[in-house]
Design a protein around this ligand. Structure first.
Ligand code: PLP
Length: 369
């Protein structure tokens, strides 16, 4: 029986390398690769992940917020970093750290131009985001002329790319919608070239887009979840290896009689004699209450142990009645076999939410290439 001493998120860089190579094999040799490392590289460890991918030859990184980009620069990442959702209040920090903003409306464009002009910047790289159907962030198709008018003759910025984002790239029932988004983006790119007189880099596909819409790879693709080991179907998942394993240990075992309850609010009541194991991981570690009341489970000595009652802040209790185990044994929340995707689905959510929720309290252990 495997022993464990504390809760750890193991991150295997060999598996990251495998996923990177697989994704690269799905795009043309001259298509650039942007690795999305926002939200601590989806809950993993952004600096380690980015430095590893930089080494492997990733062309670009993306983060959501400016501070995430600053952390990468502090760790020594020198590759260009696109900030997907910058806030104008931190534009000076963005510029100091040589980060490249996504510009998605006229307000933020004007605010950025103000600062680049006042600092006498020349050709500061920016990326223009277009909305083609996700209706989240982005200029509209008809805004190209307006953008041109606002930028005017200023040389303080240089548009390095134009991009958009698919709303349902993983869902083939929405293929018509996705193809329509791709068509709109092509029209925007064409219009852009006519109005501006040059061709910036174009990109649109996230991981599922890479897998499902090779015709939309354009000049660069942007992958997050695929790098961390999840495809968009059971078939595709065979090619990916989840890079993270969340493991903990059994702190205590209790033998309970019929009719006893477990945990807060007595949310579980036993209908027969029961053995429970208490584990040092709770909702403050990112295992939310949605996993409680039998929905979520862990794996102990190769067997599934359901979560009993409510998830506490720092602990869960699981049912080990039919599992031979003792205090100090290892318990797996997710790994390459019992995947984060399966656990997430058991609670009606998605792998993205589960893995990005693993809180900073959980120790990260890096397994190197
Ligand atoms: C998060 C994000 C991605 C990455 O998506 P995955 O599905 O994880 O590959 C790509 N592009 C944008 C704009 C994003 O916000």
């Amino acid at each position: 029986m495997l022993k464990a001493q504390e809760t750890v998120l193991e991150i295997d860089l060999k598996k990251l390398k495998h996923n990177y190579k697989y994704l690269k094999s799905r795009v043309n040799k001259d298509t650039k690769f942007l690795a999305v490392v926002k939200a601590f590289a989806y809950g993993n460890e952004a600096s380690e992940i980015a430095l590893c991918l930089e080494n492997l030859g990733a062309d670009y990184f993306a983060v959501a917020y400016i501070d995430e980009g600053v952390a990468l620069r502090k760790a020594g990442v020198t590759t260009p970093i696109l900030v997907l959702h910058p806030q104008a209040v931190n534009f000076n920090v963005l510029i100091e750290n040589n980060l490249e903003p996504s510009i998605y409306n006229t307000k933020i464009l004007k605010e950025f131009l103000e600062i680049t002009s006042s600092e006498n910047k020349q050709n500061y790289p920016i990326h223009i985001k277009f909305n083609t159907g996700l209706n989240r962030l982005g200029f509209w198709q008809g805004d190209v002329e307006t953008i041109k008018n606002i930028i005017g003759e200023t040389k303080s910025v240089s548009i390095k790319s134009i991009f958009s984002h698919l709303a349902a790239s993983e869902d083939l029932n929405e293929k018509t919608f996705s193809l329509n988004q791709i068509g709109t983006f092509k029209a925007i790119a064409h219009n852009f070239e006519e109005i501006f007189g040059f061709k910036p880099m174009r990109h649109m596909c996230n991981t599922s887009g890479i897998l499902n819409y090779p015709e939309a790879h354009f000049d660069m693709v942007r992958s997050g979840i695929g790098l961390y080991g999840f495809g968009n179907s059971e078939e595709e998942n065979k090619h990916f290896k989840p890079i993270a394993a969340l493991k903990t240990c059994i702190s205590q075992i209790h033998h309970l009689e019929k009719g006893e309850s477990v945990g807060y609010n007595r949310a579980f009541k036993s209908e027969s004699a029961l053995i429970s194991a208490t584990l040092p991981i709770g909702h403050a570690d990112g295992l939310g209450r949605i996993y409680g009341k039998g929905k979520g489970f862990v794996t102990i000595n190769g067997k599934k142990a359901a979560i009993l009652g409510n998830v506490c802040m720092d602990m869960i209790m699981v049912d080990v009645t039919n599992i031979s185990c003792e205090e100090g044994d290892e318990a797996i929340i997710f790994d390459g076999n019992a995947t984060a995707e399966t656990l997430a689905e058991a609670a009606n959510t998605i792998s993205y939410e589960l893995i990005t929720s693993i809180s900073q309290r959980v120790k990260r252990r890096i397994i190197r290439v």
